[in-house]
Every structure is written in structure tokens, then in C-alpha cells.
Write a protein that binds this ligand. Sequence first.
Ligand code: SAH
Ligand code: SF4
Length: 405
Amino acid sequence: MSLVADTLAAPQRAMAPIVPARAAAKPSLVGATRGELAEALAAIGVPQREIRMRVTQLWHWIYHHGIRDFAAMLNMSKHLRAALAERYSLERPQIVTEQLSTDGTRKWLIRMPQLDTSDRGAEIECVYIPESDRGTLCVSSQVGCTLTCTFCHTGTQRLVRNLTTAEIAAQLIIARDRLGDFPGLARPDDGLVPAGEGVRAISNIVFMGMGEPLYNFDNVRDAIEIMSDGDGLSLSKRRITVSTSGVVPEIPRLGQESGAMLAISLHAVRDDLRNTLVPLNKKYPLADLLEACRTYPGASNARRITFEYVMLKGVNDSPAEARELVRLLKRIPAKINLIPFNPWPGTKYHCSDWDVIERFSDIVFNAGYASPVRTPRGRDILAACGQLKSETEKVRARARMIGEG
Ligand code: SAH
Ligand code: SF4
């Protein structure tokens, strides 16, 4: 078993040419909702009375088995399999690069097929983090982000669009392909992915990749339905967490319409500081955000809201701020997650010193909160929280710098 940071055998880390991905020749059914599968079947002439049954079959093959070829769908007639294959594909979005960190974290740069001629090519990153008791997939909801949190690398990316439902769901499918997490597939042979009878490589999903999920609410909600459907990908909704920087009007909808767990990127306990760190705070200040949490549908001591707090040296890490954090969260069923700041090229922030993080954590712990400090994972491949940014953007930025230099 090699623990050396390296790329995997295939696909290689080769830099992608900076051209938009071409539109796929045939539309892919991977990531389709049940309604879309029904439409696709109707379009090739499947009689109305059969559609429900055929949707169930297709669903099971695509999402439970992860099948990549219509020919393998043996409970369908040869004629139907051929008709499906002629009109549709089961292609996944393209993996441009795959990187493996020394700690087992994997990062994929994924290029989505062009949606239409105005689409300038969407690339996103998706990260897998194995731990002793779980495997977490960190998915993106947008290409880049329209918000401009000052400590976040994604916020500096200019190219932005919402991902479709299929593009969000496809991240889980690609990760399952690569991790051997569909029935009959083998795990990678590096020993870095949890294995064993009935052990799922991916047990949890967090919407903590690129983008603000609540600015793409409908697609995120529908993708969560696909990911949690018991006849397919089958992830428990209690193990799917949506992280928001605080889009207050959409928070109740998340509880009502999706049943996923909620995480709030708090990062500051005063409006003046939060206005700088998370500029969306000017629109939805702390009092409104905390009120939305207090009334969040479905929150309870068994289903706590996670509050994320990035530790920025000399900015938000004093003991007084730790005490204020505890005061603010009174009467909210909360968990607190302290995140050491992950640096990225060009940032003005530094991560708090370890003893400062410990002091902060002790205050929160003594007030009765488990306050795990999130171990930074995959820093060597820029896969940690807030470090994601598409390779195309990075290459463009480098090209600009060289041009300017
Ligand atoms: N847009 C959403 C989800 C993506 S960001 C949100 O902001 O919640 C996921 C988490 O990473 C957020 O808590 C975010 O504040 C945090 N984060 C961003 N940049 C970071 C960095 N450089 N170091 C540590 N955490 C960071
Ligand atoms: Fe966007 Fe979240 Fe980064 Fe803020 S922290 S810029 S909301 S991705």
C-alpha cells in the first residue's frame, strides 16, 4: 500500500485543454429523475401502460447497479434495450483529473457536457474523504459561487452557473464508479477506501463543495431525492447535509421540502465582522439567520443544526468570541464545528495557532457542546474546505499573470 501522494493510474493528472466540453451526442439518462425517465421512455414509443414498470426497472439498473450499458438490462426486451441505446446514453460527465492525497482524500475535477451553445463549459470539483467510521463525499452545487466570502477560494472564481439536478447527482455516481461502490465493482487496490462485507465506501454527503446550495434550491432538492431514494443510491437523508452561508428565506424550505440536515457557515458572532467575512450577512443579518435556525422544521436534539466556524488568526478567534458564540446558540439544537482555515494562493488570512483553537474549543466544550475541530483533509491536493476552484480557472489565472508579467 502506497501512502505517497500521487495520481491514480487512470485518468491521469494531465491538464485539460481549455475548451468547453462538447455537448454530448446522445442525452444521458444518468442523473435523470423518475419523471424524466418516464418522458424519455414515452419519446421512444413505450406504451403508457408500461411506463411505470419500465421506469422502475431503469431506475434500479442506473442507480442501484450503476450499469453503464443498456445491453446489461436483462429484464427488458432486446428491442427496448436497442431502442434506448439508439436514442440515449448512460455516459457520466468527464473526469478531467483525479488526485489522491497522502491521507486518502480523493479529488476529482469533473467537466460537464455543454448545456447549450452559450454554456462556456462547466467544471467542478468533488472530494471524497474516508474516515474510520464513514466515507464522506463533498459535492458541488454550482460552478464557482456568486457570493464572495473573503476567506474562500471558490468565491474568487468568476465563471458561475447553477449545476443541473443530473449534474449534482452524477457526482455521487462518478465517485461510486471510481471507488468500486456499486455491486460487483472492486475497490481501488490502494487500501485507502473502507471495505468489507456490506460496507459502503460513501455513507455521507455534504454540500460543502463549490457553490451556495440554497441559490440552486430546486436542483439541490431534486438531487437529494435521487441520492436518497431507497430503490437506488439509497443514502439516508440524515446523512446528507446542506451547508449554507445564510440564505435565510430558503432555510425553512430546506426543512420542509427535503428533510436533509442543515449546516450554517457562521464564522463570526458580530454583524460588523460577519459583514466582511460573509458579505451576504448585510442582506440577512445574524438575528434573522439565528431566528430561521430556531424555527427550522425538524430540528431536534437528535437532528442538530451544525454551525461551522472557520478559525482565522486574530480575526474571530478570541475567548470572548467563543463565549458569545455559546450565548448566541442558546435554545437552538446545535453542534459546533471548528474549521482550521485552509490557506490558498493569494489569501490574506492565516489559520489560528493551535493553542488558540484549543482554548476556543474548550470554552465551547465546557458550555456543553461537542466541538470537534475538523481535521484538514487533502490539503496537499487543495481539496480542503474552501480551497476548491476549477483547474480551468486556475490555468486562466496563471496565463493572465504570465501575460501581465
Ligand atoms: N457555500 C456554502 C457551502 C460551501 S463552503 C457555504 O458557504 O456554507 C463549505 C464550508 O467551507 C463553509 O463553511 C465555508 O465557510 C468553509 N470554507 C470556505 N473557505 C474556507 C477555507 N479557506 N478554509 C476553511 N473553511 C472554508
Ligand atoms: Fe460561496 Fe460558500 Fe465560498 Fe462563501 S464560503 S464564497 S458561500 S462557496
